[in-house]
Design a protein around this ligand. Structure first.
Ligand code: F0G
Length: 479
């Protein structure tokens, strides 16, 4: 990966001075030291596998997948430095040396003084919203990720998305489609009363809205409003480095600033963050809460001890803490970030050239197919995103995930589906895992499926769980 001059550099922001190279071929900024085999399957085998998995890619065996783009979470390749850190992990129950490395890395990068480790992002969410959520409360966001929303709702509170208008239209490019709608935010606070809004949380980058970035200006504006009404502002910081690189590329003021400095400024507006270290720190497991409020931290730690573990390991082994601490610094390498952002852009460009409807511009960690436009003959009630995800698997062994009405749909009182805002299929690119030829293959398969799209059938659900149903739902094709 990845051929071509990065268009991002000149896309929205003129006069951009990169600290990284602008060669016409952006090479992977690593060499490969250890490899994992891919097992090949035939189309007939895949059709049977899909049937056995009830048309839900979450329910198939990973070894039956050729290119796994289900998630970029926990699937990264760790560096030799991280593996060396694994060997140095201090497994002491309390006060482990690795915890202090972990704590320092987070403090150095975010400026947030209090660090609470958790075993992954949703554990951080569970702990935070157990303290701040509850019946009658509203947690506002640009767009909540599914586990974030589920943890808010589990606490009895209501999660409210306020994405900017341009973020809701996949086909229209704009630099910061992850921005929160500031006007809607203030109007909502006035309507519901600040006392009923214990938290505003901005997801960077906005995963459920296409991996789109949030501008520094938008974070500043949000922080001004939150301060005015006394509402704490948190970041869901899973992909903070990717967001900061977009800020450098697209927000004039930051064109010459190091990404690490951009990150420091971004976190300076926040009262805290939740983080899944399975994304922008290349770890296979891990997460944390970082914050400024001592009292809230004390309450979070009390719950942490019951659910995750002692506050210096929080559900992680010392070796995990060490790998995360190292990864958090590695992810701020601008040669890496340029290659990373270019990877998704390269796939998006290929698809656009073939007329495939995709979210534009490319997201940071993933390419999102617009299933509504891809399969106009399948209504949202027949889950076009899921139908497309299944078609990609059958055609080429590619695993992706629906982010549409299967994931976010609700039922009204009559039991009719209230569809999601968008019907997307996400192809998440694991960090430092696949090369350009893998991505070329993915493009080829998607284009093939697109050319035969009218043969793809809609789907119906035959089993669903009451929460986060997309993980375990069973479906059938509608004949
Ligand atoms: N917030 C965001 C924005 C996420 O993308 C995720 C996970 C979480 C929170 C929860 O973190 O998995 O460590 O518990 N996203 C993964 C994904 C699962 O595939 O996008 P976790």
């Amino acid at each position: 990966m990845v051929k071509g001059v990065p268009i991002t550099a000149s896309y929205f922001c003129q006069n951009n001075h990169l600290t990284v190279s602008l060669m016409s071929v952006i090479i992977e900024p690593f060499r490969i030291k250890s490899v994992e085999p891919i097992f090949f399957t035939t189309k007939e085998e895949r059709a049977a596998i899909l049937r056995n998995a009830s048309y839900n890619p979450f329910l198939m065996r990973a070894e039956h997948v050729m290119i796994d783009l289900l998630t970029d979470s926990g699937t990264s390749a760790m560096s030799s430095a991280q593996w060396a850190g694994v060997m140095l992990g201090d497994e002491s129950y309390a006060g482990s040396k690795s915890f202090f490395h972990f704590e320092k890395a987070i403090q150095d990068i975010t400026g947030l003084p209090i660090v609470i480790p958790t075993h992954q992002g949703r554990a951080a969410e569970k702990i935070l919203f157990s303290q701040l959520g509850g019946k009658g409360k509203f947690i506002v966001s640009n767009t909540l990720f599914d586990t974030t929303r589920a943890n808010i709702e589990f606490s009895g509170a209501t999660g409210v998305d306020m994405l900017c208008a341009e973020g809701k239209i996949p086909s229209i490019p704009a630099p910061f489609k992850g921005n929160i709608d500031i006007v809607a935010l203030e109007a909502f606070i006035e309507e519901k009363g600040a006392e009923n809004i214990p938290l505003c949380i901005i997801t960077v980058t906005n995963n459920s809205g296409g991996g789109q970035p949030v501008s520094m200006q938008n974070i500043r504006d949000t922080s001004v409003i939150c301060k005015k009404y006394g509402i704490p502002l948190f970041l869901d910081a899973c992909r903070f480095a990717e967001n900061c690189f977009f800020i450098k590329m697209r927000e004039q003021e930051f064109a010459n600033m190091a990404v690490a400095k951009i990150a420091a400024e971004m976190f300076s507006y926040a009262d805290g963050c939740t983080m899944s270290a399975k994304k922008d720190s290349f770890a296979n497991i891990g997460g944390f809460i970082a914050l400024r409020d001592e009292k809230l931290a004390l309450e979070c730690r009390n719950l942490l001890i019951i659910t995750e573990g002692f506050p210096t390991y929080g559900g992680l082994a010392g070796r995990d803490l060490e790998a995360i601490a190292i990864g958090l610094h590695e992810v701020l390498d601008e040669n890496y970030l340029q290659y990373r952002i270019r990877s998704t852009e390269y796939l998006t460009e290929k698809l656009i050239a073939a007329g495939v409807p995709v979210m534009q511009p490319a997201g940071g960690h993933a390419v999102y197919l617009d299933a509504k436009a891809f399969l106009p003959h399948i209504p949202p009630s027949q889950y076009p995103g899921q139908a497309l995800a299944c078609a990609l698997y059958r055609e080429g062994g590619i695993r992706s995930v629906e982010i549409g009405s299967l994931m976010f749909g609700k039922y009204d009182n009559e039991g009719a589906l209230i569809p999601a805002m968008m019907e997307l299929v996400r192809l998440a690119i694991p960090r430092r895992v696949y090369t350009q030829s893998h991505i070329d293959y993915v493009a080829e398969i998607i284009i093939q499926v697109f050319q035969h799209r009218s043969a793809i059938k809609g789907m119906k659900i035959v089993y669903e769980a009451p929460m986060l149903r997309h993980f375990t739902a069973m479906l059938e094709e509608i004949e």
